[in-house]
Design a protein around this ligand. Structure first.
Ligand code: GTP
Ligand code: ZN
Length: 203
C-alpha cells in the first residue's frame, strides 16, 4: 500500500520488524536512566515509551495534502474562511519533547474556486504537527499545502504553542509560549483582511 493511503492510526498500530529494534533500544535507554522495568507497573514501560513516540510522530509517513483533494463548489462570493482554536500536538525535533498549542488556519478562495470541508483545515495542521518538527515549519507547510492544493487569493496559519523543552527543562521558562505567523498572498498584503484574521484568532 502506498504510504499516502495510510491514516495516522494505521501507522501508529502497524508494528513491524523495526519495532523490536525500537523496543530493545528503549530498554537500553531506560536502563541507562536506572529504570529496570521489571515490576508489574513498569515491565511494559519500554513498549509504552516506543508506542507513545510512534503515536506522536504518526504523521511522518502520510501526506496531509490528501485532505484537500475533496472539494465542494463555491458558495456565493468568496469570503475569508477561518478555523480558530485548532488544537495540535507535536514533538520538537531537537529534544523529542512535546509542544502543544492552538492554530488559526485561514484561506480566501479565488472567486468561483472550489472550497474544502472545514474539518480538513484542522486535519492538515494536526498531521503536519504529528512529526518531529519545528513550529515554524508546521506553519510554512500548512500555508504551502493550502496554496498549492487550492485556488486561493491568500492563506494563513497562526500558531501559538508551549514547548516542554523550554518550560520544563533548560531555560525553565514556565508559562512562556511561542507565536508564529505565516501569511501568504492577500492575507499578507491586505491590511483589512489581516486585521479580520487576527481579530478572529484573538490570541
Ligand atoms: N526555532 C525553533 N527552535 C526550537 C523549536 N523547538 C525547540 N527549539 C530550540 O532548539 C534549540 C536547540 O538548541 P541547543 O542549544 O542545541 O539545545 P540545548 O542545549 O538543549 O538548548 P536549551 O534548550 O537552551 O537548553 C533550543 O534553543 C530550543 O529552544 C522550534 O519549534 N523552533
Ligand atoms: Zn526542544
Amino acid at each position: 500500500m502506498n504510504t499516502v493511503d495510510l491514516t495516522p492510526l494505521d501507522v501508529a498500530t502497524q508494528w513491524n520488524g523495526d519495532e523490536n529494534r525500537g523496543l530493545a533500544a528503549a530498554r537500553v535507554l531506560l536502563g541507562e536512566l536506572g529504570m529496570e522495568c521489571t515490576d508489574e507497573s513498569t515491565k511494559e514501560t519500554p513498549a509504552r515509551f516506543v508506542q507513545a513516540l510512534r503515536e506522536l510522530t504518526s504523521g511522518s509517513t502520510v501526506d496531509p495534502r490528501r485532505h484537500l483533494q475533496v472539494t465542494f463548489p463555491a458558495v456565493g462570493r468568496p469570503t475569508l474562511i477561518t478555523a480558530t482554536s485548532v488544537p495540535f500536538t507535536s514533538v520538537c525535533e531537537h529534544h523529542l519533547l512535546p509542544f502543544t498549542g492552538h492554530a488559526t488556519v485561514a484561506y480566501l478562495p479565488t472567486s468561483g474556486a472550489p472550497i474544502v470541508g472545514i474539518s480538513k483545515l484542522a486535519r492538515v495542521v494536526q498531521e503536519y504537527a504529528a512529526r518531529p518538527q519545528m513550529q515554524e515549519r508546521i506553519g510554512e507547510q500548512v500555508v504551502d499545502a493550502l496554496t498549492s492544493s487550492l485556488d486561493v487569493q491568500g492563506a494563513a496559519c497562526l500558531l501559538k504553542a508551549t514547548h516542554a523543552c523550554m518550560t520544563l527543562r533548560g531555560v525553565g521558562a514556565a508559562g512562556a509560549s511561542i507565536a508564529t505567523d505565516h501569511l501568504r498572498g492577500a492575507l499578507e498584503t491586505d491590511a483589512n483582511l489581516r486585521d479580520r484574521l487576527f481579530a478572529a484568532a484573538n490570541r
